[in-house]
Design a protein around this ligand. Structure first.
Ligand code: LLP
Length: 435
């Protein structure tokens, strides 16, 4: 459920017309709904109520400071993957001491910074990383809290580029080798075995793989509790969202109309399936959801630059491009694209919806049928709140887009469109090229 809907024929985020935001702040602009984020967070937390639960929001999905502060206010901690993300948590007023530091390639500088700042746990992905953390913690006179990421080798049935729980990919330590990894870790003087972690993939729309993975690792987790007194089990993130019918899925009626077997994963179904498995452990349970919390809480608003009618092919050329929202180009991901001003009297037109970047991969949708839109009009990409802005780049020297947060009838620019001067502020012409 979310708070983007037509009021009359104008698409609104909560109580604000997206055209008003575009008029004031230009396009392309990401617009987030404060209320949708809060609803998603509370629903997920409620679905696992009674557990000793901590939601560590996977901030790689959307790490804008305003969004992080909102999560901190809601009571979330963070799942972070770099020294940069840790600095963002601090800058936003979040709690690093309750947050976890994941990632396969933590550098010495990042580990040192995390040890100095204090994190809840390092999610360790290899034995060399463990050795490095131990050594650096020793140098700083600290004990590093760690959890080893175990790879349960479960097929998440999701896009090949975002599946992580299969043994052939680079993440974690295979379940078979995990006992030995913990035994080795127990010998390091400067680490504390605090937990265990897993994550099987992203954009899962069925609960089955989550259940399978938890069941598979449960005996091992119990063993770790007995042997080392570990205190937490992080079950990772991965809950999927609706992309295809994104706008309609804002309403409860859309979900209610779905027969049980066809209903995409809900937090309630996730909680109902996992709670009975996790409760008997008597451990603190960490969740690391990213996409579920912010995905449907954001749209990317863009303006039509040109309507190009070709022979047998039409193109809507937007002012947003693959640099602003890379998911379609990178994963062939589907994003629903809707007009900000709906006009039911207009004909529908099939067109390729593309950006201005100079490569044919800069295509958001092929042969998509949309209301016939005209130059200067606005469209919105639904479900763009996760992995949208965070994956944006400056390709073609296009500035990073603006971001706006809406709360009820209020809205505020939370990240200004990047200024051209900033784009090459760190660059210089070397002396040997100056004549
Ligand atoms: N925990 C770990 C260890 C992860 O690697 C990830 C995501 C998450 C949590 C959060 O997963 P989520 O709840 O958001 O599914 N850029 C891709 C998604 C990459 C996900 C990477 N890991 C996309 O745009 O679809």
């Amino acid at each position: 459920m979310h708070h983007f809907r037509y009021v009359g024929n104008q698409l609104h985020a909560d109580g604000v017309d997206l055209a008003t935001i575009a008029g004031l702040h230009g396009t392309p602009t990401y617009v987030y709904s404060e209320q949708t984020i809060a609803d998603n967070y509370r629903r997920l937390a409620a679905s696992l109520a009674d557990l000793d639960l901590k939601i560590c929001y996977a901030m790689k999905a959307n790490s804008t400071l305003a969004v992080l502060r909102h999560f901190a206010n809601l009571g979330a901690a963070f799942d972070l993957v770099s020294g940069g993300e840790l600095r963002r948590v601090v800058a936003a007023g979040g709690a690093p001491g309750e947050s976890v530091f994941a990632g396969v390639g933590k550098s010495e500088a990042e580990i040192r910074f995390a040890l100095e700042t204090g994190v809840y746990g390092f999610h360790v992905e290899s034995e060399p990383e463990l050795a490095r953390i131990d050594r650096l913690a020793g140098q700083l006179g600290k004990k590093a809290p760690i959890a080893i990421r175990i790879n349960p080798d479960v097929d998440a049935h999701t896009h090949a580029k975002i599946t992580t729980g299969k043994s052939e990919n680079k993440f974690g330590i295979p379940l078979k080798a995990a006992a030995a990894a913990y035994a080795a870790a127990a010998k390091y003087p400067h680490v504390e075995l605090k937990g265990v972690q897993m994550h099987i993939g992203s954009q899962l729309t069925k609960v089955g793989p989550f259940v399978e993975a938890v069941q598979k690792v449960l005996p091992f987790v119990e063993e770790l509790k007995k042997l080392y007194g570990i205190r937490y089990f992080s079950v990772g993130g991965g809950i999927g969202i609706v992309y295809q019918d994104a706008l309609a899925s804002g309403d409860a009626a859309w979900w209610d109309a779905k027969p049980e077997g066809e209903r995409p994963l809900t937090p309630e179904a996730y909680g109902a399936a996992l709670k009975p498995l996790l409760a008997p452990l008597g451990l603190k349970i960490l969740l690391e959801p990213g996409r579920f919390l912010v995905g449907n809480a954001g749209v990317l608003v863009s303006r039509i630059e040109y309507v190009k009618r070709g022979q047998g092919k039409n193109f809507f050329i937007l002012d947003a491009a693959m640099n602003d929202l890379v998911r379609p180009a990178m994963y062939e991901a589907y994003h629903e694209i809707v007009p900000v001003a709906r006009d039911t009297t207009r004909a529908a037109l099939a067109a390729d919806i593309v950006g201005p970047v100079c490569e044919s991969g800069d295509c958001f949708a092929k042969d998509r049928t949309l209301q016939e839109v005209r130059e200067g009009e606005l469209v919105a990409f639904m479900s763009a709140g996760a992995y949208g802005y965070t994956m944006a780049s400056r390709y073609n020297t296009r500035p990073m887009p603006a971001e706006v947060l809406v709360s009820g009838a209020r809205f505020e620019l939370v990240n200004a469109r990047e200024a051209y001067e900033n784009m090459f502020a760190g660059e210089k012409i070397p002396g040997f090229l100056k004549s």
